[in-house]
Each structure stands twice: as structure tokens, then as C-alpha cells.
Design a protein around this ligand. Structure first.
Ligand code: ATP
Length: 244
């Protein structure tokens, strides 16, 4: 089933001095249930901007974007927020957990905006999800007392607690060491496989990109299809240039 379909999508913003800045243009991309998509590209190439469009945080300024068959530019903002809340899970590099709130409270947060059964059973559902990510013993621990890998597990539990059909991961392993990063990716992939969700991952790490089965490269705001080797050599070229 097709989740998101972008045809000729672009995004242009207005700079403070009034000049337009085109960040993305001519993007064609279809994401279906069960897909594993990686997007690589150098800093500033438009990766986060694209993820924000796919996740209904922003709307395109050109082209057509359909989410579950709904034309994104025609959905009212309230309906768009509800669709995003139930169908999209975001995982970020910096975890973005609520400080001072326990792991259980953090994971319950998305359920506060859900209706009916999910709302009333939120504590049980959040507890089950934390057990699923291996943190059943840390329910009442606050993020500041957890390691980076554990914080990312809480963030994954929070992102996936409503069983979204689309998981968008923006540098999910960027703040973790190699081994912890690989564990975190395995966990996201396993939970995605259980629900049949699609996973779109932005990364600067060739080993993380290689875990996907569809590879894309963003260059100057344009999305190019790549194979695993092409994505990997683009990442290496970026790393070499950044080090030079
Ligand atoms: N609202 C905005 N107003 C002005 N410029 C913007 C806006 N959003 C993004 N940009 C610019 O557009 C470009 C692409 O930004 P984006 O965050 O999508 O890149 P990225 O590929 O995710 O970069 P990184 O890997 O460094 O996170 C950058 O030059 C950024 O400064």
C-alpha cells in the first residue's frame, strides 16, 4: 500500500531579506508499507526539509504530495495534525525527550492526543512499549539518568507507541557510538517489521544506509536514486571533503 507519493515536489522559503530560497525541487518519491528507504546527502542538501514534508510538518510549495491518498495541500491543518499524530513516528538524533518526566510519562505523551481506548489505556500501552524496547526496569527513570542509547530507546518507544505506518528517522544514530547505533537501528527495524511500517532514514553513516533496500542521494535539493554502493561512496566523499 502506498503511504506517501511525491510528484515534482519542491519547497521554497522566503529569507528575512525577502529573497526566495529554493531548498528542494522536482522531488519524485513513493514510499509504501514495509519499505526501507535511506537518504544521504551533504549538510544543507535538504534532507531534513524533505523529511518534514513526508511527515506532514510542512507543506510543499510546488508539486503534488499525497499522504494515504490525501492531497497534503488540501487537508485542513487540524486534520493534518491528527493524521501525523496517528500515522507518523519521528526519531531524531537528539532524542528530544521531555526532561524531568519519567520514561513512562514520555512514552505516554503521544497517547494523550489519541482518542478512546488508546487514551484510557495509555499507561498500560506505554509500559508494554517500554518493555518491548528493553526498558521495562527503567519505567520511572528520568532521561537525564539514562545513557544515550537508553534515551534513544525511550524516544523510539514514544515514536512508535501509536503504531504509525511511517517512521521517519533523522540521523537516529548520530549521537551514539557504533555498536549502540547498530543496536538502536536493529530495534527500529524490528518494531517496524512487526507492524509493517515503512522506515525512511536520513544518515551520514554508510553502514546505516546499507541496511535499507532503497537508496537515495540528495544533491543540491534534487533527489537521485542510487544503489547501495553509490550511496556509500557519496557518504565517503562527503566525509573526505569535510575532513579536508
Ligand atoms: N525555514 C528556512 N528558512 C531559511 N533557510 C532554510 C529554512 N529551512 C532550511 N533552510 C536552509 O535550507 C538548506 C537545507 O536545510 P536542511 O536542514 O533541509 O538540510 P540538511 O540536508 O538536513 O542538513 P544537515 O545534514 O546539516 O542537517 C540549508 O541551507 C538551510 O539553512
Amino acid at each position: 500500500m502506498t503511504l506517501v507519493e511525491a510528484r515534482g515536489v519542491g519547497r521554497t522559503v522566503e529569507l528575512p531579506d525577502g529573497r526566495p530560497l529554493t531548498i528542494l525541487s522536482g522531488v519524485d518519491l513513493t514510499v509504501s508499507e514495509g519499505d526501507r528507504v535511506s537518504i544521504v546527502g551533504r549538510s544543507g542538501s535538504g534532507k531534513s526539509t524533505l523529511l518534514n514534508l513526508l511527515g506532514l510538518l510542512d507543506a510543499p510549495t510546488e508539486g503534488e504530495l499525497a499522504f494515504l491518498g490525501h492531497d497534503v495541500r488540501r487537508i485542513r491543518s487540524g486534520a493534518r495534525d491528527r493524521l501525523r499524530g496517528s500515522e507518523v513516528g519521528f526519531v531524531f538524533q537528539q532524542f528530544n525527550l521531555l526532561p524531568g518526566r519519567t520514561a513512562l510519562e514520555n512514552v505516554q505523551t503521544p497517547l494523550l492526543y489519541s482518542g478512546g481506548r488508546e487514551f484510557w489505556r495509555r499507561e498500560r500501552i506505554a509500559r508494554d512499549m517500554l518493555e518491548r524496547v528493553g526498558l521495562g526496569e527503567r519505567l520511572t527513570t528520568k532521561p537525564e539518568r539514562l545513557s544515550g542509547g537508553e534515551q534513544q530507546r525511550v524516544a523510539i518507544a514514544r515514536a512508535l507507541v501509536r503504531k504509525p505506518r511511517l517512521i521517519l528517522a533523522d540521523e537516529p544514530t548520530g549521537a551514539l557510538d557504533l555498536e549502540t547505533g547498530a543496536e538502536v537501528m536493529s530495534l527500529i527495524e524490528a518494531v517496524a517489521a512487526e507492524t509493517g511500517a515503512a522506515l525512511v532514514t536520513i544518515t551520514h553513516d554508510a553502514t546505516i544506509a546499507a541496511r535499507s533496500n532503497r537508496h537515495f542521494l540528495l544533491r543540491g535539493g534534487r533527489l537521485e536514486t542510487a544503489d547501495a554502493a553509490g550511496a556509500s561512496s557519496a557518504v565517503e566523499a562527503d566525509v573526505a571533503e569535510a575532513a579536508a
